[in-house]
Design a protein around this ligand. Structure first.
Ligand code: UDP
Length: 480
């Protein structure tokens, strides 16, 4: 068999938030740019199963998706090690597995593309003479913060941490203390060290791809310098290639979609906190009452509250007047039967958001969820919980203008039922300006991704550079 096309190897950390956009990137490199693509997914014993992976893979016949042999990080972490630190450690431990997997390939890939947690794989790209890119599955503002970390680290008196002042990121929106990204706060925490290291490492790559587009974050992309290497923050070219979101799957209809078919257009608010987000018991109760009194239709993907997570059986029925689980108000399911649908733990989110009956989204603002909402023209109530979600919420609310949020942060205080009711009524109002704004962005996202659009062209630049490298390596005499 002849090696006729450039081959991209993509490395993803486990977790849907990273995996989904990486798989979509792989799909685009194959379908729009004629690449062969292998996606390597790092795992631990309890992270991701082959079947979960296959379920997430768009068009499995297009992509070669490989689960790397699991790594054992148990001796390197403690029960208090944060999830982001665990991911960083795990990706480091997976590097020998990646190296072996690449060595075993018939043809060495031309280019290696890693996510934020995979930046140490740079040495492998260098070893095999591959071009190397980082793919930030979040937005340009978050990328700007990450790239700013090494500079920030040199500041002795950090007013952001010490005096809770806004953090200035050159050319970009400042980061208010309330919306901060926790890893920047504690220099003694391992995640600070890991995060700063990522910011240092990614400056040595051939370029950075980011899941955003020009019309959404033009100012920040401009500050980063785009592809022109003129950036004040980014010393390497930045390629906005988004919004890459999972395509809606044609397939068997679910109960949720059948229910949506029976509801009026734009009448349902969808409530979900991502692949792992949970609320406290008190907050769950307030949200239930808030939804009920808003008198709007809803789909709520409910998880047992944090406090009961290990113990509670979902939908336990003892001593209750109906089937409402212990952590929902007694009788909630009966009272809201005509108005809402409660789904346990997981729902087909993108299919739901693309349904014409859905007119609003209460979202934890994970970046994939935010993008899925925008590309489907659905305004949001921003309800950030962890990671960079507070930044996303601030941006979507104040800059992009497609979301509202509560007066105080849901991570600081319980958001009361009255405020929830008001927010739901506001965002579901057909005349609300955020609805018009999100519809405009929906069209702009479609344009960015279509042939000749800004994101399409950005990825073409990366593809062309890889193609040139491929031709050069092919033409090079053996051993030269
Ligand atoms: N998701 C889903 N069903 C659910 C919850 C999440 O399909 O019930 C998908 C969602 O569509 C998105 C991803 O999981 O693509 C979650 O990614 P995001 O970045 O929004 O948040 P994370 O889970 O990483 O916090």
């Amino acid at each position: 068999m002849q090696n006729t096309k450039p081959h991209a190897a993509l490395l993803a950390s486990p977790g849907m938030g990273h995996l989904i956009p990486v798989l979509e990137l792989g799909k685009r490199l194959v379908t729009n740019h004629g690449f062969n693509v292998t996606v390597f997914v790092a795992t631990t014993d309890n992270s991701l199963s082959k079947s979960q992976l296959i379920e997430q893979t768009p068009s499995p016949n297009l992509l070669n998706v490989v689960l790397l042999p699991p790594v054992d990080v148990s001796s390197l972490i403690t029960p208090t090690t944060g999830i982001l630190t665990q991911l960083a450690i795990m990706m480091r431990e997976a590097l020998p597995k990646l190296r072996s997997a690449i060595l075993a390939m018939k043809f060495c890939p031309t280019v290696l593309i890693v996510d934020l947690f995979g930046t140490e794989a740079m040495v492998i790209a260098d070893e095999f003479n591959m071009l190397k890119y980082v793919f930030i599955t979040s937005n340009a503002w978050f990328l700007a913060l990450t790239l700013h970390m090494p500079t920030l680290d040199k500041v002795v008196e950090d007013n952001h941490v010490k005096n809770q002042e806004a953090l200035l990121i050159p050319g970009c929106k400042s980061l208010e203390f309330d919306d901060t990204f926790e890893p920047v706060l504690d220099r003694n925490d391992q995640i600070y060290v890991e995060y700063k290291h990522m910011g240092v490492q990614m400056q040595k790559f051939d370029g950075i791809l980011v899941n955003t587009w020009q019309d959404l974050e033009g100012t920040t992309i401009g500050a980063l310098g785009g592809e022109k290497k003129l950036g004040r923050v980014a010393p390497v070219p930045v390629y906005p290639i988004g919004p890459l979101v999972r395509a809606v799957k044609p397939g068997p209809r679910s109960e949720v979609l059948d229910w949506l078919d029976m509801q009026p257009i734009d009448s349902v608010i969808y409530v979900s906190f991502g692949s792992g987000g949970t609320l406290s018991a008190k907050q769950t109760t307030e949200l239930a009452y808030g939804l009920e009194s808003s008198d709007r239709r809803f789909i709520w993907v409910v998880r047992p509250p944090i406090e009961t997570d290990s113990a509670a059986a979902v939908f336990k029925t003892s001593h209750r007047s109906d089937d409402s689980p212990d952590f929902l108000p007694d009788g909630f399911l009966t009272r809201t039967r005509k108005m809402g649908l409660v789904v346990s733990k997981w729902a087909p989110q993108n299919e739901i958001l693309s349904h014409p009956s859905v007119g609003g989204f209460i979202s934890h603002c994970g970046w994939n969820s935010a993008l899925e909402s925008i590309v489907n023209g659905v305004p949001m109530i921003a309800w950030p919980l962890y990671a960079e979600q507070k930044m996303n919420a601030a941006m979507l609310t104040e800059d992009v203008g497609v979301a509202i949020r509560s007066k105080s942060l849901p991570t600081k205080e319980v958001v009361g039922r009255e405020e929830i009711e008001t927010m739901v009524r506001t965002i579901m109002d057909k005349g609300d300006a955020r609805r018009a704004r999100v519809k405009t962005l929906k069209s702009s996202a479609e344009r960015a991704l279509s042939k000749g659009g800004s994101s399409y062209n950005s990825l073409s630049h990366v593809a062309n550079d890889s193609e040139t490298a491929f031709k050069y390596l092919k033409a090079k005499p053996q051993g030269a």
